[in-house]
Structures are given as C-alpha cells and as structure tokens.
Design a protein. Structure first.
Length: 131
C-alpha cells in the first residue's frame, strides 16, 4: 500500500517534471525494487542540523525519549542496526543534475524502536564439527 502510493507520487512528479524540462533522460525512481531477500527501499534524508530537523522519538526499555538534532541522536546512533523505524516524510524537492532527475524526500518525524539482535543458538557441538 505504501509502496504503491510512493510509486504513484514518483510517477506524477516525473510527468510534471518532463513537461517543464525536456533534457532529462534518466529519472531516478523513488522506490528501488526489492528482491526475494529484501523489500522495496526508499531513500529519505534525515537532517540532523539546521532548521528542518525532525522530531526524533526513541523507544527503548519501555521508555520514550524525545529530542532532535545530532547532539540528541549521537549517543544512540550505534543502537539502531536492527531498529524498527516509523517516519513521516514530505517531498523536499524535485532535483535535476545533468541528465538525471528525481524526487527527494525528507523526514519530518522519526520514531525508532531499539531491538536487540537475535542471538543464535549454537547449531553444532565441537564433536559434530570434528566428526
């Protein structure tokens, strides 16, 4: 559902852009296709400095911590390899460079839930490996 929405948004932006600029021969799709091992992906800019910083909510150990900017986020940065992420975005701009163009999304709110990386049980004993 979200993927289809973003694909439609991308197509509308592309159509509008090509009516204005005829020299764009390579549109960078907003939604990158996935494969059997990973879902579709979308690039979203998260400004951590300046006037457009999103509100960041971190959910960890049953507590919600809110803040914004790099100074707030930095102590938590290493904790998010396996985090669940929810965010709201806006279209920041339609960009054009040389023969390429595309849509740039920017986060307006970001929520991260820290998850511990699952620990695998040892599948083989030492005897299994030596046999």
């Amino acid at each position: 559902e979200q993927t289809e929405f973003l694909k439609k948004l991308d197509e509308q932006c592309k159509d509008a852009f090509t009516k204005i600029v005829s020299s764009c021969s390579n549109w960078n799709d907003l939604v990158a296709p996935g494969n059997m091992f990973s879902p579709h992906s979308v690039k979203v800019t998260v400004p951590l400095t300046g006037p457009d910083m999103p509100e960041i909510a971190i959910v960890q150990d049953g507590t919600i911590i809110r803040g914004e900017g790099w100074d707030f986020f930095k102590p938590y940065a290493e904790s998010f390899r396996n985090a669940e992420v929810k965010l709201t975005v806006r279209v920041k701009k339609i960009w054009h460079m040389g023969s390429k163009a595309g849509v740039k999304l920017e986060a307006t709110q970001l929520a991260l839930r820290v998850r511990e990386r699952p620990k695998e049980a040892r599948a083989f004993t030492d005897d299994d490996l030596l046999a």
